[in-house]
Design a protein around this ligand. Structure first.
Ligand SMILES: CC(C)(COP(=O)(O)OP(=O)(O)OC[C@H]1O[C@@H](n2cnc3c(N)ncnc32)[C@H](O)[C@@H]1OP(=O)(O)O)[C@@H](O)C(=O)NCCC(=O)NCCS
Length: 168
């Protein structure tokens, strides 16, 4: 991906209208065993409180992240994160994760990742996520999951101002 593309990437909320494109993106990014169904994307886009954000390059959907706030647990779960293979290694994944962190109203972020998913593990470590647990055989094919967490430092800006600064 050319270096100047990241600057032109727009991150905005995804809606039900994006479901078809989200399914296609998911198919390009994940093996069938890890793919989500269309109705799961619909749920993520419609469920109140879920931070469903898409990355657009010249109007084309090139990335997606969903953060599900679990108030009772005090953390937001990163349900999924994907960047179109043609646009990977250009900073979009990091940008999407930082956007969810900036908009999160809960003090911690949590996610699950395959032990073998080195690109994702590198990204999470870069952004200071720490492995807090291993869940053996978590995935359908028997692979273990790492549970990773990050505690956010308090943001001094009110949420409304944060939202308007991050454009959504
Ligand atoms: C994981 C994923 C979202 C990363 O998105 P991306 O846009 O390519 O990542 P970025 O360009 O923002 O990279 C940010 C950092 O992540 C790490 N990273 C990303 N891809 C990497 C790779 N292939 N190898 C090593 N480190 C990598 C690096 O630390 C990088 O920082 P750097 O560029 O300063 O070295 C992307 O690879 C993807 O969609 N993978 C398939 C779906 C998936 O596995 N999602 C995560 C499920 S838990």
């Amino acid at each position: 991906m050319p270096a100047d593309v990241l600057a032109s990437i727009e991150v905005v909320r995804a809606t039900w209208r994006d479901v078809g494109a989200l399914v296609k993106l998911d198919r390009r990014c994940f093996k069938p065993i890890d793919a989500y169904a269309w109705y799961e994307f619909l749920g993520l886009c419609l469920w109140p409180g879920v931070l469903a954000l898409k990355a657009l390059s010249e109007g084309r959907l090139v990335g997606f992240i969903a953060g599900d706030p679990r108030k009772q647990d005090g953390h937001t779960i990163i349900v999924t994160l994907a960047v179109d293979p043609k646009y990977q290694r250009g900073g979009i994944g990091e940008r999407l994760l930082r956007e969810v962190e900036a908009r999160s109203t809960l003090p911690r972020l949590q996610l699950m990742v395959r032990k073998s998913n080195l690109p994702a593990l590198h990204l999470y470590r870069k952004l200071n996520y720490a492995i807090v647990e291993t869940w053996p055989h978590y995935y359908e094919d028997g692979e273990d999951a790492y549970v990773m967490e990050k505690t956010l430092t308090p943001n001094p800006l009110p949420i409304r101002e944060r939202e308007s600064r991050s454009g959504g």
